[in-house]
Design a protein around this ligand. Structure first.
Ligand SMILES: Cc1cc2nc3c(=O)[nH]c(=O)nc-3n(C[C@H](O)[C@H](O)[C@H](O)COP(=O)(O)O)c2cc1C
Length: 181
């Protein structure tokens, strides 16, 4: 199985989590790591190249820091431009059918804050519903995300632990059993 990791971080050189996570994924076999902000410094996405990359892989991991309960903006632009009608959806849009989609997210807030009584009120699965709906629309299987909360409070050692746990989770064939409905 081939895995594509799409890294969306606007400034990886200042990143503590996502840079380390991407570097760890670079070491794995059967994995392509694509740092999208670095590939397109002017944010002019090569749609055909992105679609070809997607077609060559079976599991798509979208890795990003949680920004405003959502994603860095280039990920939204990537969705808007790459997931085209007749390719990703519509009567002939079947290119992503059967692929697996997994999110890998670093989150500033503590896990307890993402509860009905917490500061952020809504749970992560609730906030990620648009991804789940998108996954359904493109015929992919939406797998349970890899999410790490409270990242600003993590010690260097804990960051290291998340970096080791990430490929173990994201590349595990058993993850395919964790389809979120
Ligand atoms: C513009 C911006 C928006 C953010 N929005 C949120 C948010 O909505 N919820 C949250 O828990 N953390 C939020 N954070 C914290 C980030 O999730 C955190 O800085 C990031 O996961 C750290 O990853 P990194 O070390 O790879 O940069 C935000 C940070 C920035 C810079």
């Amino acid at each position: 199985m081939k895995t594509l990791v799409l890294v969306f971080h606007p400034n990886l050189s200042d990143s503590r989590l996502n840079r380390r996570w991407a570097d760890e994924m670079d070491k794995q076999t059967g994995v392509t790591v694509h740092r999208v902000y670095e590939a397109y410094p002017n944010e002019e996405i090569d749609v055909k190249a992105e679609q070809e990359l997607l077609e060559q892989h079976d599991r798509i991991v979208m890795q990003f820091p949680f920004y405003w309960y959502s994603t860095p903006s280039l990920l939204k632009k990537w969705e808007d431009t790459v997931l085209t009608y007749g390719w990703a959806y519509g009567s002939t849009g079947n290119k992503l059918h059967g692929k697996e989609l997994m999110l890998a997210i670093s989150i500033g807030g503590a896990e307890v804050s993402y509860t009905p009584d917490g500061a952020n009120t809504y749970t992560l699965p609730e906030l990620l519903r648009p991804f789940q709906a998108t996954s359904n629309m493109i015929g992919a299987r939406y797998l349970a995300p890899y999410a790490v909360y409270g990242v600003m409070q993590l010690s260097d050692e804990q960051v290291e632990q998340t970096a080791k746990a990430y490929p173990a989770y994201a590349l595990n064939p058993q993850a395919a059993l964790n389809i979120v409905h």
